[in-house]
Design a protein around this ligand. Structure first.
Ligand code: PLP
Length: 442
């Protein structure tokens, strides 16, 4: 190793990178230096299209002037305020804005700093709610195979991605899982919601029957699954989950960390599909990913139960030092306003057909086995190369970056989920780079 590469290597050694093959990365680093709108600039001076909205979070693209200004201004006014027994104006303003944004009676908002914290918060609220109503035996939680609900112990327990669970076990003993909501034999290459998968939701009746409904607190699903490779709910599937959970007094949690705030062309997947969950977890695009933040939306009836059944003192023994952090809140207010002022959700609705055509055009390549999409959320599945799982997708991920496009790799899937305010010509650019990349990788 020459002196210079040794120095570079030493410079990269101390940082233990999350969800990253550290050794591979440090041998061949991808360093992002700045960003503007749809583009990142790399340390070697190249422009790279952000085809994954950061990590599904930069819905308005990068360094949106209204968001940047709001953070700057807030930093000089109130840098920090504890959320325990104190409040600041912005936190209440944001909660009111979100109440006006979310469907039905999802009227109350608990602020967190991430999707993982939103999930653990929602699970705790669900269990606490039943206990306050005299049903303390309802502690069991039902997740789903393939589900991603972050990395807290609650989230990995209800989650269904094997690698996230296998080293750590499942902390919560009373957990079961719905089957994967997809059948490749009948649903592959579907545009939007696939047909014929409602029976996959019926399985919930069997799981409930096995454990007895009176022991189950909540069912948690991503209304459209993201991290396991973008799986869109079959027609009627979510409706059926809502019906079954309601019948048995079980809370339904939609994990909308990816789908909330425009990804599907609406403020939430709940609005998109016309189904109201009891709790909704959010994060990411809530404030354009500019400062860590999440929020749990809670039905009025659940909030009222905590208020009414707790005779005095703290109603929920839960919270974070940085809940409703003033900088995160300022960024969120600016982001939520920009979504409306700039017609961002409308843009997704107007261009989602164009985006869908781009994705399915790419899927005509011989090396592609499947593609799925809804709104500005899509994934393409690649066949194994040389019999090795993830090899082709890995090469596509790396080569597309070299060709000027950042995408997200998950197993054999490449997810494309661009910022929500892009134009037709931006979609064309993404399509061109992906096509070139798929041809080059072969
Ligand atoms: N839930 C879902 C559906 C997610 O997609 C994610 C992250 O991608 C999380 C939870 C965890 O969010 P975070 O990484 O902010 O903790």
């Amino acid at each position: 190793m020459n002196d210079q590469s040794k120095r570079v290597n030493d410079d990269l050694a101390a940082y233990w990178m999350p969800f990253t093959p550290n050794k591979d990365f440090k041998a061949n680093p991808r360093i992002l230096e700045s960003a503007d709108g749809l583009y990142y600039k790399t340390s070697d001076g190249r422009q790279v299209i952000d085809g994954s909205s950061g990590l599904w979070c930069c819905a308005l693209g990068h360094n949106h002037p209204k968001v940047v200004e709001a953070i700057r201004e807030q930093a000089g006014v109130l840098d920090y305020s504890t959320a325990f027994a104190f409040g600041h104006k912005g936190a209440f303003e944001l909660a009111n804005m979100l109440r006006d944004t979310m469907p039905g009676s999802l009227d109350h908002f608990f602020f967190t700093n991430s999707g993982s914290e939103s999930v653990d918060t929602a699970l705790k609220i669900a269990i606490g709610y039943h206990r306050l109503r005299g049903e303390g035996q309802r502690t069991r939680l039902i997740g789903r195979v393939g589900g991603y609900h972050g990395v807290g112990f609650g989230g990995i327990s209800v989650g269904g991605m094997v690698n996230n669970r296998k080293f750590f076990g499942s902390l919560l003993p009373g957990v079961d899982h719905l089957p994967f909501p997809y059948n490749p034999d009948t649903m592959s290459m579907s545009r939007g919601q696939p047909e014929g998968g409602m029976h996959l939701a019926d399985e919930l009746e069997n799981i409930i029957g096995l454990h007895d409904p009176s022991t189950i607190a909540a069912v948690i699903v991503e209304p459209a699954a993201g991290s396991c490779g973008v799986y869109i709910p079959p027609k009627g599937y979510l409706e059926r989950l809502r019906e079954i959970t309601k019948k048995h007094g079980i809370l339904l949690i939609f994990d909308e960390v990816i789908t909330a705030f425009g990804r599907l062309g609406y403020a939430s997947a709940s609005e998109r599909f016309g189904i109201e969950p009891d709790l909704m977890t959010t994060a990411k695009a809530i404030n354009n990913g500019a400062v860590p933040m999440g929020a749990v939306a809670v039905q009025k009836e659940i909030y009222d139960t905590f208020m009414d059944e707790t005779k005095a003192g703290v109603e929920l023994f839960h919270g974070y030092t940085y809940s409703a952090h003033p900088l995160a809140v300022a960024a969120a207010i600016a982001t939520q306003k920009a979504f409306k002022e700039e017609g961002v959700y409308e843009n997704v609705r107007a261009l989602s057909g164009y985006f869908e055509d781009m994705v399915h055009d790419l899927a005509s390549a011989d090396t592609v086995t499947d593609a799925r999409n809804l709104g500005f959320m899509s994934a393409i599945t690649f066949a194994h190369k040389d019999g090795t799982p993830m090899k082709r997708a890995g090469e596509i991920f790396q080569r597309s970056y070299e060709n000027g496009l950042k995408v997200r790799m998950s197993g054999d899937h490449i997810a494309i989920a661009p910022p929500l305010n892009i134009s037709k010509s931006d979609i064309d650019k993404i399509g061109e780079i992906m096509r070139k990349t798929i041809n080059e990788v072969g």
